[in-house]
Design a protein around this ligand. Structure first.
Ligand code: HEM
Length: 203
């Protein structure tokens, strides 16, 4: 093989630079700022610091329930996470009758296409990645066991693996990437807005 041929077969620096980033990298980039803001959410940050009190924790879980329950239905997911929230709330004294009266998020993101739903799943399933970390910080409220912290504790690795596979096998068409990314950014936006009201009289 001549030197010219071997060079021709090698990807040029320009080609490497022009290679489009994968969908996950695009999603991570598009949602980086809002993800960082969520780290500073006063309820979530208090969980992370291990300083949240029981009534604030209950209010936070109620607000999370108000998003996850309608979101799962709209996105065609099982009620796995909202069931965990219901079990945690029950451990904190919120019975089924009270649960049924909790306010539900009225402004969900648009989830009317499979690509938008893929972006939305990236956000909500990605949110479990920090969950185990947060569950460990709840030792001050729950001396032992999972009761009261199932929602944070129970991150299902296989769900995330499935999501990553779905991102990997998604179309490379930039317009399709844009649609998935819109699903993700709009989901983060709806979630951020809803969670901002966690201390409100309705929560
Ligand atoms: C205090 C709150 C939070 C903490 C401490 C936290 C922490 C983390 C951690 C440790 C990871 C794993 C990073 C990695 O393994 O590469 C992660 C990933 C992720 N988190 Fe959060 N998170 C928080 C809140 C949220 C919220 C509220 C959402 C969405 C509603 C969210 C969405 C995501 C997503 C989508 C990923 C995946 C990013 C990727 O593509 O690698 N996080 N988070």
């Amino acid at each position: 093989m001549s030197a010219d041929q071997s060079l021709a077969e090698r990807p040029t620096q320009e080609a490497l630079t022009l290679t489009p980033p994968g969908l996950r990298a695009l999603l991570r980039q598009a949602t980086q700022d809002v993800h960082e803001r969520m780290h500073r959410h006063d309820g979530l940050a208090a969980v992370m610091r291990g300083t949240i009190g029981q009534s604030a924790y209950r209010a936070l879980l109620q607000r999370l329930y108000g998003f996850h329950a309608p979101f799962e239905i709209a996105c065609g997911l099982t009620s796995y996470r909202s069931n965990n929230l219901a079990a945690d709330l029950e451990a904190l004294g919120v019975n089924t009758a009270t649960l049924a009266t909790l306010p539900l998020c009225p402004a969900l993101p648009r989830l009317d296409t499979p690509r938008r739903r893929l972006g939305a799943r990236y956000v909500m399933e990605g949110s479990t990645l920090g969950g185990r970390l947060m569950a460990r910080r709840l030792d001050t409220l729950f001396s032992q066991g999972d009761a009261g912290r199932r929602f944070f504790q129970d991150s299902d690795a296989s769900t995330w693996t499935t999501l990553l596979r779905d991102l990997d096998t998604a179309s490379n068409d930039p317009a399709h990437h844009h649609e998935v990314t819109s699903g993700a950014t709009e989901t983060f936006a709806a979630f951020e807005l809803w969670l901002a009201g966690w201390r409100g009289p309705a929560s």
